[in-house]
Design a protein around this ligand. Structure first.
Ligand code: F6R
Length: 661
């Protein structure tokens, strides 16, 4: 695995944080580590952590391409946006605070300008207000050199002082502007050399695009710890933070790796090592997504479209991985032979947010069916605690984007400690997929809505397949059970497909009594506890209603004190092995005048006696309830947010891809 390194190294390759061996662990294979995180907290950077960048050099008019690219990247950040194009030997720059539509309005008159080279940016501010002055592109003193940047320049403060002392004048509070001036400082007549010299001085993360009026036939891009993909078309080259921006133009892409620099011109490109300038032979990959997949396709919001795409996403994830006759699961991409699988003593699941909820479900499945102890960590906790990992611990990251900074840091640490790393990921070629020993791709297609929906259920499908595979290889699950569960997984996609329109209709009516709630509780037990957490997360992130998820059995240990008429409770009550227990908890809520929304199994009349607001779902295999019960939780959040007039696809303060910690 690239980057695997002995844990006893005194400094970590990925960032300034130092790592040292703290003690020898409880066995020859275990090493424990202690992190000195002090340096991380001294970061000086103040720019954009998860922004989107786009660039084009070719023969077509550039402004519409930049705007379309930014539109497709807007999910990454939408605090401000900007673009610059070259025209008649000059650089023409537009920037606007707020959403991309503000930039479009600014540039409107020049949309058809005969320019064929430009770069653009959509920002998610980490520090520094989302104002026009802080919006990218940023310029050097002359205004003839511009930079768009995604990442954080950690030593920007020191560099800025040095540059100011040399007479450079700064116009923003961002770290990115330092890059423009630093390149200017080194620029004579060779842009590429100047960029390389500047980057040699820079600490931190970057994906960047650079244009210089003095060499308008060249666009320079570089990457270090922030995603950047190049698109290759006829007579044109592109850069973008993510593949959807390229899909209308090309599906031929090159994923840049850390410390690589690309020199793009009309129809040709060179990729080189930033440090030694060595030219690299990069693989051109063909993406099997198409442009329509990243369109709303008649739906009001991407989120709703993606909710409806779930049956297909689950089937795509399962497809080709289950042998039809036997129900056996095949997962060669995991990269572990049977002996290696049999020698796993523990699994560490690492993820953030919604993906972490998928991990929580998987713990129930894997422990039950494969008999392997599983620990589940939020990646931002995992990376800063003492880890007991070794070669017999399998670390699995779960990530839609494959770029989430904390999760990525988590698997890098796990690899350093000798753990094998598998990632479950939706984005082909993303950083996690390139660093892991094995990859199980979810095939959900591009997920554009900031709130994750189809990525989650396809992660569940992938994790369920993995469970079956582990149980099969380790002999902890008999083939007949394996076959029934595999068949059930395929069947649940059909059930979701059939039930979706009815569910949505019923929920649309039901939410009239709830959409103006200030708070909401979601409860469930067993496999449905993580789904309660997921339901609460969906509601809070897109409707801004305060919501909490609880294990139903936990209520009387505190949260039941909250129950009154103003605290609606959504309870997941399928007829499963903990049904009676969950019903008891629901009765306790009702006894305290709680308002209940119940989601349960068709035919369960008892639920209708507890509340008028019951949504019935067809019975599926108990193990697969998490996939099915997620759907109404998503729809409830969607309908409430829509009813409240919220910006469903781009909720405030959020970005799709969290590439800073
Ligand atoms: C919530 C959501 C986030 C992501 C989290 C991890 O709807 O989308 O909580 O799940 O930021 O992102 P990935 O899966 O890309 O690592």
């Amino acid at each position: 695995m690239p980057g695997k390194k002995d844990a006893s190294s005194s400094a970590c390759r990925w960032g300034k944080r130092s790592i040292r061996v703290w003690e020898k662990g409880d066995g020859p294979d275990y090493r424990s580590i202690f992190f000195d995180i002090q340096l991380d907290t001294q970061r000086e950077g103040r720019s954009c952590g998860m922004c989107g960048i786009v660039g084009y050099i070719g023969t077509r008019k550039v402004v519409p391409i930049l705007i379309e690219g930014l539109r497709r990247l807007e999910y990454r950040g939408y605090d401000s946006a900007g673009l610059v194009y070259e025209h008649g030997g000059r650089l023409v720059k537009y920037r606007a605070a707020g959403k991309l539509s503000n930039l479009e309005a600014e540039v409107d008159e020049n949309i058809g300008v005969a320019s064929h080279t430009g770069i653009g940016h959509t920002r998610w501010a980490t520090h520094g207000a989302p104002t026009r002055d802080n919006a990218h592109p940023h310029s050097d003193c002359t205004g003839e050199l511009v930079v768009v940047h995604n990442g954080i320049i950690e030593n920007y403060g020191r560099l800025k002082k040095e540059l100011e002392a040399k007479g450079h004048r700064f116009a923003s509070q961002t770290d990115t502007e330092v890059l423009a001036h630093l390149i200017e400082e080194y620029l004579d007549d060779d842009l590429v050399t100047a960029v390389r010299e500047a980057l040699a001085r820079v600490e931190g993360s970057y994906a960047l695009g650079v244009l210089w009026a003095g060499d308008p036939d060249t666009l320079v891009a570089a990457r270090n710890h922030s995603p950047l993909v190049m698109g290759v078309g006829e007579d044109a080259c592109f850069i973008a933070s993510d593949v959807p921006a390229l899909l209308p133009y090309t599906r031929q892409v090159i994923f840049l790796d850390d410390r690589e620099l690309a020199v793009l011109s009309r129809g040709s490109y060179t990729v080189m090592d930033v440090d030694d300038g060595a030219v690299l032979d990069k693989e051109v990959r063909t993406i099997d997504w198409n442009a329509a997949m990243a369109e709303k396709g008649g739906f009001k919001h991407f989120m709703l479209k993606e909710i409806y795409e779930q049956p297909q996403a689950i089937l795509n994830t399962v497809s080709g991985r289950i042998v039809p006759d036997t129900g056996a699961v095949e997962l060669p991409e995991i990269g572990l032979d049977d002996d290696a699988i049999r020698s796993i003593r523990r699994i560490a699941l690492v993820a953030c947010g919604t993906s972490w909820h998928a991990a929580l479900v998987a713990k129930y499945w894997i422990e039950k069916w494969a008999g392997i102890p599983v620990e589940v960590d939020i990646a931002s906790e995992f990376r800063y605690r003492r880890l007991l990992l070794g070669p017999d611990v399998l670390t699995i990251s779960i990530s839609q984007s494959g770029e989430t900074a904390d999760t990525l840091a988590g698997i890098r640490l796990a690899a350093e400690l000798g753990s094998r790393v598998v990632t479950i990921c939706n984005v082909v070629g993303s950083t996690m997929t390139r660093e892991a020993d094995g990859v199980i791709y979810t095939h959900a297609g591009p997920e554009i809505g900031v709130a994750s929906t189809k990525a989650f259920t396809s992660q569940l499908a992938a994790l369920f397949l993995l469970t079956l595979y582990l149980g099969q290889v380790r002999g902890t699950m008999d083939p007949a059970t394996g076959k029934a569960l595999a068949t059930g997984l395929v069947g649940v996609a059909t059930v979701i497909e059939e039930e979706l329109p009815r569910m949505q209709e019923q929920i649309r009516v039901l939410i009239e009594d709830y959409y103006d709630a200030r708070d909401f509780l979601f409860v469930g037990r067993g496999l449905n506890f993580p789904i309660a957490l997921e339901g609460a997360l969906k509601l809070k992130e897109i409707s801004y209603i305060h919501a909490e998820g609880y294990a139903a059995g936990e209520l009387k240990h505190g949260p039941i004190a909250l129950i009154d008429r103003d605290m609606p409770v959504l309870a997941l009550v399928p007829r499963d092995s903990v049904y009676q227990k969950t019903v008891s908890n629901v009765e306790e809520i009702k006894a305290r005048q709680g308002r209940l929304v119940l989601i349960g199994t068709a035919g369960d009349e008892h639920l209708a006696r507890l509340t008028d607001d019951v949504l019935y779902l067809p019975p599926v295999h108990e193990e697969l309830n998490p996939l099915l019960y997620t759907i109404p939780a998503q729809l409830l959040s969607y309908e409430i947010a829509n009813r409240r007039g919220c910006d469903v696809d781009q909720p405030r303060n959020l970005a799709k891809s969290v590439t800073v910690e």
